[in-house]
Design a protein. Structure first.
Lengths: 296, 193
């Protein structure tokens, strides 16, 4: 067994911040997906399955080239094929690699009640620790991208790990390595943002995609997976990529203010009881009741 | 306030125990990672057998080659040093591990006889013998020594050779020498590696 470990920045369901989250500065790793050069060959899907040791499952035909309608607990990486009508009426295929976005402010981690079941490493990767997972499925309600999936056999949640076992050893994720057209890139977040902006500018200036841009939603604090889109004003066309993903309000409220309100209510109760005791003293049993052996 | 050594030690012990019991811990939080599955594997360079592009692949095998150990292929990925694919692979090539570890993989030569509707297993020796027999027979039957105008051509047009993308340069050299000596003209050795 290796003893490889990685520092943690955030822990789910943990009282207080993760100890030692600021002792060392690590690079933020990032995947760049250039949807304009994706040819939909699905090499990344196969490489993902192969590296993570999952066998091929039955594909589901749904009148498109897509392998199956949604990612599955053992199928973390799915190219979404979308027929899109251009303004002149012609049809184009928009292909987007769908997987965990590794948000800087992860909704799954916020929603998770199990201590240490979801962690965010110092390099920004959000990972599920299945040994701590209680299978409640709260992460699904917290995720704006609908990524965590439930394994009915082991009753645990699974999702893309950004190949943290490879990344921590200095290798790129399996999907990135396989991509034959080079539409997938991997590096530090700064470098990838730079590369993405350069590519988007190239698309705007030279290829006539006036709305081309980079998808790095600020609603979840930026993501560890960024896209270059032909039309960044309409990400929904790429298989339901949310325009402004946010952690749902109820999840935020339940995990934030509700806890303080609950704590305050509890403290208030204790305080009230104490004050009542000091003001009125202990409860006296009526003399009549005492004579009847406690019965009224 | 006077603080005796004894009181100080008592207080420190009780206080420390109390903090530990309450879960007060300053060690940085770390998570153990899944082991890199190719960390102790043998890396072997090979060529993807599927199409004529012949991408380079790395085959990772576990087992230390000891006498009583059968090595096991655990992973296949692209070879970054290969000039053709530079580490990338197509979906078919990316699934090579499942081609190697496939119960339906052919390990013996098979033959489908004329008029037969199924393949049957034959031994290697028998396969080589039969191929040699048919090559000899076909060449004897259809060898063209002179063409219609009486020029010497010495060719055999009723056979062809198709190579594979994993054939090496040296193998292809031998193939061309051998096939040309038989008089073959339809010759595609798919020279890639």
């Amino acid at each position: 067994m290796s003893q490889a470990t990685l520092g943690i920045r955030r822990i789910s369901g943990h009282a207080g911040p993760a100890p030692g989250d600021d002792v060392e500065r690590d690079y933020q790793v990032c995947k760049l997906i250039d949807t304009t050069t994706c040819i939909g060959c699905k090499a990344c899907e196969v490489a993902c399955l192969e590296w993570n040791g999952y066998t091929f499952t039955d594909t589901v035909f749904d009148n498109s080239y897509q392998t199956m309608p949604e990612t599955a607990w053992n199928y973390w990486n799915l190219i979404k094929f979308n027929e899109h009508e251009r303004e002149d009426g012609s049809i184009t295929l928009l292909m987007r690699k769908d997987q965990c976005m590794h948000c800087a402010d992860p909704g799954c981690l916020t929603a998770c009640p199990a201590d240490g079941a979801i962690v965010q490493y110092t390099n920004g990767i959000v990972d599920f620790q299945q040994q701590n997972c209680i299978g409640c499925g709260y992460c699904v309600s917290g995720c704006p991208f609908d990524i965590p999936k439930f394994n009915p056999t082991t009753k645990k949640m699974f999702k893309c790990t950004l190949c943290v076992d490879r990344v921590s050893e200095g290798l790129e994720p399996a999907c990135i390595k396989s991509c034959p057209t080079g539409c997938l890139h991997f590096g530090s977040k700064d470098d990838m943002k730079d590369l993405a902006e350069t590519r988007a500018k190239q698309l705007r200036d030279n290829f006539g995609f006036e709305k081309a841009g980079v998808y790095d939603p600020a609603g979840v604090g930026g993501t560890g997976v960024i896209y270059v889109l032909h039309d960044v004003t309409n990400p929904e066309a790429y298989g339901g990529l949310p325009k402004d993903p946010r952690i749902p309000f109820l999840v935020r409220f339940w995990k934030g203010p509700a806890k303080w309100i609950g704590n305050l209510a509890m403290l208030g109760g204790i305080l009230g009881v104490t004050l009542h005791y000091l003001r009125f003293g202990p409860k006296q049993v009526d003399a009549e009741k005492r004579e009847n052996g406690g019965q009224p | 306030m006077e603080l005796s050594r004894r009181t100080f030690l008592k207080g420190a012990l009780v206080g420390g125990a109390g903090f530990s019991l309450l879960g007060f811990d300053l060690t940085p939080a770390v998570a153990q990672l899944k082991e890199l599955k190719i960390a102790r594997a043998t890396e072997t360079r090979s060529t993807c057998p599927y199409c004529a592009v012949s991408c380079g692949v790395l085959i990772y095998t576990i087992g230390d080659k000891a006498k009583n150990v059968t090595p096991q292929v655990i992973h296949v990925e692209g070879d970054p040093d290969h000039p053709i694919n530079r580490g990338t692979l197509c979906p078919k090539g990316a699934s090579l591990e499942q081609d190697i570890l496939n119960p339906r993989r052919l390990l013996k030569p098979q033959v489908r006889r004329p008029g037969s509707d199924h393949w049957e297993d034959i031994a290697w020796t028998q396969a080589i013998d039969e191929i040699a027999h048919w090559v000899k027979k076909t060449r004897d039957d259809s060898f063209i020594e002179k063409d219609a105008q009486g020029r010497t051509v010495n060719r055999c047009e009723s056979m062809a050779w198709i190579g594979g993308c994993t054939d090496t340069n040296e193998f292809n050299y031998l193939v061309v020498k051998t096939m040309r000596s038989l008089g073959l003209t339809y010759l595609e050795n798919q020279a890639r590696v």
